[in-house]
Design a protein around this ligand. Structure first.
Ligand code: ZN
Length: 182
């Protein structure tokens, strides 16, 4: 499939699947904002050169948060994209705390491109904590979230220095914001 067709199809597919979903921040941004941010980070990281990875960035939450199946991703897109999305998908049959713990444990064992995708995802999430903090979250919960993000990211390092720098910047901005210095 032509790259531009692949990417616009992925964007349309993700927007459709996530219809009505919003980010949990106080601004309740449409969910697709997060997908666009992750895909754009990846696009910059690979200077547009890995269309499957960028498409997987757009689709990365479809297995976890919508009714989409692996087969559907493989059929509509391709198996490489389906496998990438699967690699960054939590096992939703497990309790939330266990899923968060496993993200830390599994991070170092992911394939390099899945590590890049996960790092872009974590970067977007930490930026969100600063730009639009979840209203019901006390300071302690926000601090724990940033610390957890760092623990996951620690296992994603060594693949792409620029993405790591984006993550570090987002984490430091979150530290400053949570310390009341922004
Ligand atoms: Zn995400």
């Amino acid at each position: 499939m032509h790259d531009i067709l692949l990417l616009t199809r992925a964007f349309a597919f993700a927007a459709d699947k996530h219809t009505g979903q919003r980010r949990k921040g106080e601004n309740a941004e449409p969910y697709v904002n997060h997908l666009a941010e992750v895909a754009h980070l990846l696009s910059q990281a690979v200077t547009g050169g890995d269309a499957n990875l960028i498409a997987a960035g757009l689709l990365h939450d479809t297995l976890e948060d919508t009714e989409t199946t692996w087969d559907e991703l493989a059929r509509v897109f391709n198996e490489d994209i389906a496998a990438l999305v699967h690699e960054v998908t939590d096992d939703k049959t497990l309790p939330k705390l266990e899923r968060k713990r496993l993200q830390i444990v599994h991070a170092p064992h992911k394939t390099p491109r899945a590590k890049m995708l996960k790092l872009a995802d974590k970067t977007s999430n930490l930026r969100g904590i600063v730009a639009s903090p979840p209203a019901g979250w006390p300071l302690q919960r926000r601090l724990e979230y940033v610390a957890w993000g760092r623990d996951v990211a620690a296992g994603l390092r060594g693949v792409h220095a620029w993405l790591e720098a984006q993550f570090d910047e987002a984490a430091e901005a979150a530290d400053r914001a949570l310390a009341g210095r922004d």
